[in-house]
Design a protein around this ligand. Sequence first.
Ligand code: F6P
Length: 386
Amino acid sequence: MSDVPRECPETPVLETPCKIEKRPIEIKKIAVNTGGGDAPGLNAVIRAVTLSALREGWEVVGIPHGYAGLLDTSKLMPLTRERVRGITSLGGTILGTANKGNPFEMPEEGPNGVTLVDRSDIVVDNFHKQGIDALVCIGGDGSMRIGKKFMLKGMPMVCVPKTIDNDVFGTAITFGFDTAVSTASDCIDKLQPTAEAHERVFVVEVMGRYVGWIALNAGISTTADVILLPEIPFDLDKVCAKIRERDAMGRKFSIVVVAEGAKPIDADTLFTQGPKEAGREIRLGGISGWLAAEIARRTGKETRSIILGHLQRGGHPTTFDRLLCLRMGAAAVRFLKEGLTSVMTALHPPSIVPFPVDESVGKMKCVPLDCDTIQTGRAIGVCFGD
Ligand code: F6P
């Protein structure tokens, strides 16, 4: 997959790779930010970080809209017990987020059009001027990559890994993923009766970027007939054969779940939406429309497509995610207190452990092809297009 920007080690490491050095720092005040695409559970982390830190006697301040919020300190938000009351179950983030606010590469309009300017020194300067001793950064690989650069510039930090995609290397699960799978599963469940009533094929496109965790878990849970993942380039003939086979058995409808980052065996590039904008990642999406048209053309069956899109990032976090978020938020403060920085809070069941940010960034936790969920799918007759 040449257009995938990160390395995908064969086995996701779930062991802390080396002894992590403790560098105790005296803490009086910490800051929290949320960066990248939002994920259900961000507010629960903010609450746990705030309450745990307040109990240590630390002051807590929220930085609005990611790291770039430190460019203008007038908008910093004091986080008190009252401010975080009742937010555990709320989607979104009370701090706001941004996925084009990298202070090392701020797009700025100039005489020669938009150029990327490094404003990171202002962020570091303001961090110190505000008397902030450490930052809890709640974000995915992109936020941790930026965080790593700030750590090198002397900003002590603990990260809390977030993303509905579940692709962060070094943690079994990222928060937000369970909610996204649950939402996608609800939607697929709702499509099944209408697909059956009209004897149609439905192609349901889910998020996940370059990995297929959402497609796999939602697809298996809803007994989809075909599940297409970025990790398994698919053969359209095999997909259509599965649909025809079901038709022959009297099952005149089929559900195909496709990850936005999936691609056919003979394609060179992924399906994307619009050109890449300066300072942000390319937007994936659109494979379901093409796939539905191809299935209809090849099988003669009426085929509809639907993109679940940002519905998967919304809504209340599931109970699983709420608990994971509260545990990770409290662990972030615990790690800081123990003098552990430059680490993320990783779920290595049954515990939350420190995992070096350095060992995680630039790597991607892909679906292992021999994992038992894929084996389960194969055992119950799911077609993965291979
Ligand atoms: O990384 C989370 C995610 O929702 C991906 O699944 C998706 O490709 C991307 O973010 C969408 O980003 P945006 O909200 O910027 O369109």
